[in-house]
Design a protein. Structure first.
Length: 299
């Protein structure tokens, strides 16, 4: 039916020594656990105190998680809610997020169409860049990095290589030069960047291969920046909100505060994008991105 089951929640505090491996938590940490696992829906399939159910619903609503109950077990909890069947089982949704499926479908169609058009238009440029990267320094043409995408899924993000081949191994030695706050890393004059790489970064040309990520569905043209797993490991629960949508080649942070070193600014702008998303916002960000790229503000 398209559902992926994550585990059971105990209505009483668990005793670790007798814990069922299918029981992954108890009702007190239910919503936080659901958020960390990118769960979309919580089901109460056994009787529980109504105050407990209401508390879970209120907490889940704040994090954008739906809650369902079996109607026979909770008479009077939601008189006006309609019954929806999951297979043969009737359920009542106590909290339902409005999900604009039509708008997201249009967004996906635009992503694919625009990406293919840009790939076709820039293919000669990409060919020249590939040759320049190859002859200017040792190493592969493309840089392949594991990034965290929607709902915490890992995918391979493609870029033209802009650093020396052993750049990742040099990161720890350069950590003390970091100019960003929190989990972000950036050095103005990064010694790992090649001469060709510096030019590519200035005009964001190194990110053109990410159009392939958009076409295959790992990314979108507009969305939060795809983070590394090391960044996500340091996120608070609230920060996971930015992983509810596909990461983007450009986004609100890139056009509003690209050079801002603040991690809080980076998170707040991405979260604001997720919570206020609409097609017009995407089009505005894409239009502003053109100016940012032409202005050569990348680094």
């Amino acid at each position: 039916m398209g559902f992926r089951f994550k585990g059971f929640i105990s209505l009483t505090p668990r005793r670790d020594d007798v814990a069922n491996p299918d029981v992954i938590g108890d009702v007190e940490n239910c919503v936080a656990l659901a958020r960390s696992l990118f769960v979309d829906e919580i089901y109460f399939s056994t009787p529980a105190d109504k105050r407990t159910v209401v508390a879970v619903v209120e907490e889940a609503r704040a994090l954008g998680i739906d809650v369902r109950v079996v109607p026979d077990l909770y008479d009077g909890l939601a008189w006006n809610a309609r019954v929806e069947y999951i297979g043969q089982f009737p359920t009542i949704p106590l909290h339902r997020r409005e999900f604009p499926r039509g708008a997201f479908l249009i967004k996906r169609v635009l992503d694919v169409m625009l990406s293919l058009l840009v790939l076709l238009a820039t293919s000669p440029v990409m060919f020249v860049i590939a040759i320049a990267v190859k002859v200017s320094s040792k190493g592969p043409i493309f840089y392949r990095a594991q990034r965290i995408g929607r709902k915490g899924r890992t995918f391979t993000c493609y870029k033209f290589r802009t650093m020396v081949a052993e750049a990742d191994g040099m990161l720890e030695a350069l950590a003390h030069l970091n100019e960003r706050e929190g989990v972000l890393f950036k050095i103005t004059k990064d010694p790992r960047i090649t001469k060709v790489g510096g030019l590519l970064r200035k005009y964001s040309l190194d990110e053109l291969p990410q159009l392939f990520n958009v076409v295959i569905g790992d990314m979108s043209l507009v969305g939060p920046r795809p983070p590394m797993s090391a960044e996500v490991e340091q996120y608070d629960i609230a920060h996971l909100r930015r992983l509810d949508v596909l990461p983007g080649m450009t986004g609100l942070w890139q056009v509003e505060a690209r050079q801002d070193p603040s991690f809080d600014s980076y998170i707040s702008l991405d979260t604001a994008y997720v919570e206020n998303w609409n097609l017009l916002l995407d089009l505005r960000i894409l239009a502003r991105t053109i100016g940012v790229v032409v202005g050569g503000t990348g680094s």
